[in-house]
Design a protein around this ligand. Structure first.
Ligand code: ADP
Length: 266
């Protein structure tokens, strides 16, 4: 615990003395530590591609000046690094936007069956390239939730893209939608969306930390896959904002399951 001490001289009626009070600032200290960690993480994440870009620019100005083959190759790598920075900046903007809007509840009526169908169609070519079969299991009736369509699209896109990326090639990714008459935590009707892969799974020790900003199981692999380490942090914030919750289950034999529970439209 961290305390701040306040001292002062006081006179109350005939009594004179020194007043000493202690204020518990553990919470304030924790927030400022989190802010410092966040700035350090962002700087590190931006510096990595920037350093690579500067190195290649120097090479293009010097040793590779008259080598068109090397120039072509280095420009390709520079494009990859610049795209990485671009993704990081847009994920940071998304995160800051959902964090600042935390208290405003999204209220438009969204049909999750249609939304998931549209996401699966747009991710189709990426899945095909990795020989991943995408399966949707949903009731025929619309499944309606109050929500922000762009944000919910981002939630399920992140989860399905992760299932394809980290689940690996030649597997099946299933998105299952279930209407629940009553969810005990929501104290009312809810909707469950499960994104399951049949990949190698995630070790239990990592599960509680997966939604932390910049937390990765394998940093090298995540960067290689174009990850920013912010995807699940964004998912968690958006789900909270919709008064829902995110649950992660994983085992090496069965793969991973990311479950999002949202309140259904009344
Ligand atoms: P990233 O941008 O690195 O993908 P995320 O926040 O989306 O960041 O995910 C955090 C980490 O969780 C990833 O780096 C990866 O190690 C792990 N992860 C996420 N989804 C899965 C999955 N379906 N299977 C295995 N590991 C996963």
């Amino acid at each position: 615990m961290t305390y701040q001490v306040h001292c002062g001289y006081v006179e109350i009626a005939d009594a004179k003395g020194v007043l000493v009070s202690f204020e518990d600032i553990t919470h304030v200290e924790a927030i400022s530590q989190m802010r410092r960690d966040f700035v350090a993480n962002v700087s590190h994440e931006l510096r990595t591609p920037l350093t690579a870009l500067m190195g290649f620019i120097e090479t293009l100005q010097g040793p590779a000046k008259n080598d068109p083959v090397a120039q072509e190759r280095f420009l390709g790598i520079m494009m990859t690094e610049a795209s990485r920075m671009n993704r990081l900046v847009s994920d940071l903007l998304s995160l800051s936007q959902v964090e600042s809007e935390e208290r405003i509840r999204p209220s438009l009526s969204i049909d999750l069956t249609l939304l998931i169908g549209s996401i699966l169609r747009s991710i189709g070519p990426v899945a095909e390239k990795a020989r991943v079969a995408l399966v949707k299991e949903a009731p025929s009736d619309p499944i309606l939730v109050p929500g922000d369509e762009d944000q919910l699209r981002q939630v399920f896109t992140n989860l399905i893209e992760n299932a394809i990326k980290y689940g690996g090639n030649d597997q099946t990714v299933t998105v299952k939608l279930t209407q629940m008459e009553r969810d005990p935590a929501l104290r009312g009707p809810g909707v469950r969306v499960e994104v399951c892969d049949t990949g190698p799974g995630i070790d239990q020790v990592h599960l509680p930390r997966l939604t932390e900003r910049f937390y990765r199981v394998d940093s090298h692999r995540s960067r290689e896959m174009g990850g920013t380490g912010l995807g699940l942090a964004i998912v968690k914030h958006i789900v909270n904002r919709h008064r829902g919750r995110l649950k992660i289950d994983s085992s090496p034999e069965e793969g991973s399951r990311f479950t999002v529970i949202l309140p259904a439209l009344d």
